[in-house]
Design a protein around this ligand. Structure first.
Ligand code: UDP
Length: 325
């Protein structure tokens, strides 16, 4: 099989490329390195079944050629990270909507399969736990930049499902829940690499709000295995799947665990949301996926719990520091 991964030099994309190469697939990636890094794919370059192009997914000519050679496109290229989204809403909306639009339009012409990576953000402020794929999606006001991300991803989902219904383009939507693991950077706001890095450096660990908000963190290795299985399963086409973990933790407890794991003496400090992001910022108190649907289809069960995930992230930081030293 020939795969094209948009955003393939990113955190999730690079793990997916690695997993697919291990499966024996041919893998091409396109990435403009806006948030990805060439370091994420350096180790894949010697593989003869691997090819990479440094360009934006908005380059129609390049994308058209790359899609000709692919059987399946996994569309991961997107503006990601709450910090980036709040600071650059134009870039978020444009990248997410225009990128998916072009991928789907070209896939329709060329009759290719597309896996669209969506996000648990689309559930917004929904309060019925756990979140099921057919539940209502509850977003906030348009003057709160955060919701532009959820909204842009909802458009991507609508488009993917519309292309399947109207034009028979085989599409699958995967809603990813707080994917974490080695190679993720804290630069765009993601909490796990931020806390581990702060703890390792002895810097204050910055808990936003009162730390009672809860999340379920999913190991990137579980996410990429599931994406491969979804891309191979004919029954996934035209459907939306949650992809995550159901083990919940409060953000304050996460800070304590990061501190304990690294043996750090960092203080844990509380930062009000309007200081951390912007005035009027809205956070979600809880976000838990129902995994029934994806389990029924591909037998998905997360394999790594939070302790294992934090250990893998800490080891990654350790290795990176050793490389730099
Ligand atoms: N968070 C935090 N400190 C940080 C970064 C994030 O307390 O330095 C919180 C954030 O407010 C949210 C949770 O951690 O409640 C998860 O944030 P992340 O950006 O990783 O993902 P989100 O679930 O918000 O998409």
């Amino acid at each position: 099989m020939n795969y094209l991964i948009t955003g393939g030099a990113g955190f999730i994309g690079s793990h997916l490329a690695e997993a697919l190469l291990k499966h024996g697939a041919e893998v091409a990636v396109i990435d403009d390195l806006s948030t990805g890094s060439i370091l994420n794919i350096d180790h894949l370059k010697p593989n003869r079944r691997f090819q990479y192009v440094l360009d934006t997914v908005m380059n129609r000519a390049v994308m058209s050629e790359m899609m000709d050679r692919a059987d399946v496109i996994v569309h991961l290229a997107a503006a990601v990270g709450v910090r980036l989204i709040v600071e650059s809403p134009v870039r978020t909306i444009e990248t997410n909507i225009k990128g998916a639009e072009l991928v789907l339009e070209l896939a329709s012409k060329k009759k290719k399969k597309v896996i669209i990576a969506s996000t648990s953000e689309v559930y917004g402020k929904a309060s019925k736990i756990p979140f099921c794929e057919d539940d209502d999606l509850v977003l906030g006001a348009t003057n709160k930049g955060r919701w532009s991300y959820a909204c842009s991803k909802m458009i991507d989902e609508f488009l993917a499902l519309a292309y399947w219904k109207e034009r028979q383009v085989p599409t699958v939507v995967a809603r990813l829940f707080n994917t974490v693991g080695p190679r993720q950077t804290g630069r765009y706001g993601m909490v796990v690499p931020r806390f581990i890095s702060q703890a390792r450096k002895g810097e204050p660990i910055t808990v936003y709000g009162d730390g009672t908000q809860r999340r379920c963190f999913t190991f990137v290795g579980d996410v990429v295995q599931a994406l491969v299985a979804l891309s191979e399963h004919p029954g996934a086409v035209g459907e939306v799947y949650n992809l995550g973990n159901t083990e919940e933790v409060t953000i304050l407890e996460l800070a304590q665990r990061a501190k304990g794991l690294t043996g750090s003496s960092s203080p844990i400090i509380f930062v009000p949301y309007d200081q951390a992001y912007a005035a009027g910022f809205e956070d979600m108190p809880r976000r838990v996926p129902s995994l029934d649907k994806i389990h029924r289809l591909i037998g998905y069960r997360p394999t790594l719990g939070l302790d294992g995930i934090l250990k893998s992230v800490n080891e990654y930081f350790e290795q990176r520091e050793r490389r730099i030293a």
